[in-house]
Design a protein around this ligand. Structure first.
Ligand code: ATP
Length: 620
């Protein structure tokens, strides 16, 4: 039998949900009203039920706690602190997992038994589908901090409770769990709970940040706050990226800030801050840093990866020019304009196009690459546009959809566009303007939604002058033109060499390093074939290298260069190392060094000259 106040609540909930369309304003906040409605209409719950929440069996609870072991370990301190702050006001504190199952609970002995009767206990399950509107469930559905105060609850069993709760997210934005502070008695005015909600939200944020710092130890981590004094102790924004600059982790505030500023979460740190400016930031002191292309600055500190050996922070990991091109090209592409990528052969135009696709709004769609120079001229048309059955002699009996159709909803990459026959350029222009494809032999056209990226290593304006490329197509493509720097001019050459060597070694099933002289040769070489040539050189070096370190002798002759060879061979020679070691050990003093090596002073001088050793004191 329901008490009078419970009956009144059940009537109120039923009336409000049934007459929602006619009521000028619901008596509860819209978040609560939506949950009431779902509780009744979707979950078919009875507001009059007086049953307590479901409680997990011991083995199930154990399993849930084991699964959330790391989360609980990191959150434990904050759960205790929050309880310490609110216990005087008779609140208990619960931590639930992402399913609303209570995995940690703190309560004072004086109210433990009453809390238990009300369902505020370890192992209780607080999903909306089972309990209707309540603190934890409303956080799970809204993913924001809420107070569910007394009669906000859906079920009459809970209308004495007041619950303030906040979500906790992992660095990838997935819900880890919910922090909740609940009391059995409280003033009727909802505003009395404002401060408690702030405390709970603050505590949830502290757990989130601690979890972030634990998970991002192998990455570069930027801590930021609008006030310099808080950057270390209470950073507002946390961002982490890997050695290649890819954003790997964000706390909730950083995720929200990036969405607000950039309309999405960028994939790369170079889209968020200027890389050159970022490289000047260290973990020694806080610095001001501006958002890229957006007004406003932050006070920041950058911590190098703690778990793995960090590369020197001053070595550029990405080329600032390429990164800037990518950032702008994503903007152009996302406005559905075609992009033209130019650059020497092997400079990475296709790699750039793929990165562009991956960073664009179309990343979920197909990426179809076509090399116009590699397909015989008489086949390009059917490859691109497809054909219907029997369209020409030799056509496949079922017809073929064509690459334009395959790229529908995604990106079409036309490499070596300069080699496309003139007649096809006209048809391509039409597809780009009208979004319609007519397969060979078809009576009807088909609508396609394609974004086009073109590439050429030739100067298309020269082809236009020679009458081999349509001027109107050139103008259409050419307004968003990005010219990739050749490898010899890239500032991330060292990072590229390291990365490609690692890849090629892995492909060969070996682990190799690279000797200093060989590395210097690679860094100084002109690379006419660009990154492709570098990849081949490193694949060759991995194949011939013996002893785990690529030496000068493992590089192809064209890279060694004949003149350099004599010098560098000596520079890399074991004898040079022995002489050098002895000189260093004896502080560059010739007599003890010669004695240690068992040679005369004159011989030592001769060898030092031959081996190209530069003595610091030129007294010889
Ligand atoms: N940034 C990069 N990181 C790793 N590998 C790269 C990078 N850029 C290019 N490469 C490698 O270099 C080779 C050539 O790259 P890609 O095909 O993109 O060059 P391209 O400019 O399109 O060449 P072409 O002018 O011949 O069409 C490929 O093996 C690619 O994997």
């Amino acid at each position: 039998m329901l008490a009078a106040n419970s009956r009144e609540h059940v009537d109120c909930v039923s009336r409000v949900v049934r007459n929602a369309d006619r009521l000028p304003q619901a008596p509860v906040p819209s978040l609560i009203f939506d949950s009431w409605r779902r509780s009744m209409e979707q979950h078919h719950l009875d507001p009059g039920s007086l049953q307590g929440p479901r409680i997990l069996s011991e083995p199930l609870l154990k399993e849930c706690r084991e699964r959330a072991e790391l989360f609980m370990r990191i959150a434990g301190e904050a759960v205790g602190q929050l309880h310490h702050r609110v216990r005087q006001a008779d609140y208990c504190v619960m931590l639930t997992d992402a399913q609303g199952q209570t995995i940690d609970h703190r309560v004072d002995a004086s109210i433990r038994s009453d809390c238990r009767k009300a369902g505020l206990y370890l192992g209780t399950c607080w999903s909306e589908a089972e309990e209707g509107t309540c603190g934890v469930a409303t956080v799970l559905t809204s993913q924001s901090a809420v107070t569910v105060h007394k009669r906000d609850h859906f079920r009459a069993a809970f209308i004495g409770l007041t619950c303030s709760a906040a979500p906790i997210f992992d660095p990838q934005g997935n819900l880890l769990g919910v922090m909740d502070a609940s009391a059995l008695k409280s003033p009727d005015d909802r505003r009395s709970q404002h401060l408690i909600r702030q405390l709970v939200a603050h505590s949830a944020e502290a757990i989130e940040n601690a979890f972030f710092m634990h998970s991002a130890q192998q990455h570069w981590v930027l801590q930021a706050h609008s006030t310099p004094g808080y950057v270390d102790s209470q950073p507002d924004l946390l961002l982490a990226w890997d050695q290649d600059g890819r954003l790997q982790a964000l706390n909730s505030k950083a995720r929200q800030a990036l969405r607000r500023r950039f309309g999405r979460v960028p994939a790369h740190i170079g889209e968020v801050f200027d890389l050159n400016a970022l490289r000047t930031v260290t973990d020694q002191s806080t610095q001001q840093l501006h958002w890229l292309g957006e007004p406003g600055a932050l006070h920041v500190r950058v911590n190098a990866p703690r778990r793995k050996q960090a590369r020197a922070p001053l070595v550029p990991l990405v080329d600032a020019r390429v990164e800037e091109h990518l950032r702008l090209a994503v903007r152009v592409k996302d406005r559905n304009l075609p992009v033209l990528v130019q650059g020497e052969t092997g400079a990475g135009k296709e790699v750039f196009a793929r990165q562009l696709h991956e960073r664009s709004a179309r990343r979920g769609g197909p990426f179809v690459a076509v090399n116009c120079a590699a397909i015989p001229e008489n086949l390009i048309e059917s490859e691109l546009f497809g054909y219907v059955a029997g369209a020409f002699t030799g056509a496949a009996s079922k017809g073929m959809p064509g690459l334009l159709v395959q790229a529908d909803g995604g990106t079409l990459f036309l490499d070596e566009i300069g080699d496309m026959p003139l007649a096809l350029q006209t048809r391509l222009l039409r597809v780009m303007a009208e979004g319609e494809v007519a397969p060979l032999g078809a009576a009807k056209t088909r609508t396609v939604d394609i974004q086009v990226i073109c590439a050429s290593h030739r100067d298309l304006s020269v082809l236009v002058n020679e009458g081999r490329f349509r001027e109107d197509l050139y103008f259409r493509l050419g307004c968003a033109r990005f010219c990739l720097p050749p490898l010899r001019e890239r500032t991330d050459k060292l990072a590229l060499i390291n990365r490609l060597l690692e890849q090629e070694a892995r492909n060969s099933g070996i682990t190799v390093g690279i000797g200093q002289v060989a590395l210097e040769l690679l860094l100084g070489y002109a690379w006419p074939g660009n990154v492709r040539q570098l990849r081949h050189v490193l694949a060759y070096a991995c194949a011939v290298c013996e002893g785990g370190t690529v030496q000068v002798a493992d590089l192809p002759v064209e890279v060694r260069g004949e003149q350099v060879e004599a010098l560098t061979e000596d520079r890399a020679s074991p004898e040079r190392q022995v002489v050098l070691d002895a000189l260093i050990r004896h502080r560059w003093k010739p007599i003890p060094t010669a004695q240690a090596l068992g040679i005369s002073r004159a011989t030592l001088y001769r060898r030092v000259n031959q081996l190209g050793i530069d003595m610091p004191n030129k007294t010889r």
